[in-house]
Design a protein around this ligand. Sequence first.
Ligand code: ADP
Ligand code: MG
Length: 326
Amino acid sequence: PELINQIAAGEVIERPSSVVKELVENSLDAGASRIEVDIEAGGARLIRVRDDGGGIAPDELPLAVASHATSKIGSFDDLEHVASMGFRGEALASVSSVARFALTSRQRDAEAAFRIEVDGGKLQAARPAQHPPGTSVEVRDLFYNVPARKKFMRAERTEFAHIDDLLKSLALARGSVEFRLSHNGKPVRIWKAARDAQAQLQRVAEVLGEDFPAQSLRVDHAAAGMRLSGWVGLPTASRSQADQQYFYVNGRLVRDRVVAHAVRQAYADVLFHGRHPVFALYLELDPAGVDVNVHPAKHEVRFREQRLVHDFLFRTLHEALAQTRA
Ligand code: ADP
Ligand code: MG
């Protein structure tokens, strides 16, 4: 099974940021309101994610790192209705097969925490540990036993930049969760939770930093069973910021041609120029109307009703942007 896990790991775990993604998504699934990510040496030496979520029962710790054992998909129907972000049930199994791994957790009302360690795929018995309510996952020496993978890791700075970008995209998706990121012991990001629209805008501005546009517009419109909310920037003539476009479908970051086309058309129609603006937009729709299972690690979706989604996005943005010219 270790080899199988390692092969699976190759699918999901490409680099340190892939590990961070899986761990932070688990923390979000666990209802965390605060997530701390500590990185050393770009993630090659240490990736640690701590949360204050619901925790894991001691007898379930070994299951959490067992392949497929925890998959939430029980039937074809479930596949159709995967609304939750974690659904493959093998991220921890994969990660723990390619690193020195420890999982420490305490359930909200439990008196004690427990810790398990996996080293080279070998699971040690759970033992009591010190930990506040919530969960910590430690991943040390990533790919130490998969030299072919290790070779592909880039410079510390590059790998950390990937982690920073990834955390950005997750922090934009979950404005109500506090995120902290440190590198080699130094705090790099502290993004506090935002409770209302005003605070959310401030949070988006903070996360995007200097990339946040000087002029932005709030969007919030619902129709035909869909809701689009968020902020769009008014494009500046001088800068193209295609890499600062964040579009979420039911909380999941997506790069999609239908979406891109609708947005581009709306801007071009109202503002007559094609610079790529900054935006953070959130589309919510019935999970049955969208297939997110195209590829777990890529940001692809397939809408059941592409035309409907396209027109809804185009009209909503068109209307919002048109106000700026009135
Ligand atoms: P999946 O998230 O697809 O179920 P994972 O391998 O990522 O699979 O995680 C396995 C299981 O371990 C999860 O289903 C969850 O029950 C538990 N788990 C993992 N991380 C956490 C966490 N931070 N807090 C609570 N439970 C967790
Ligand atoms: Mg998961």
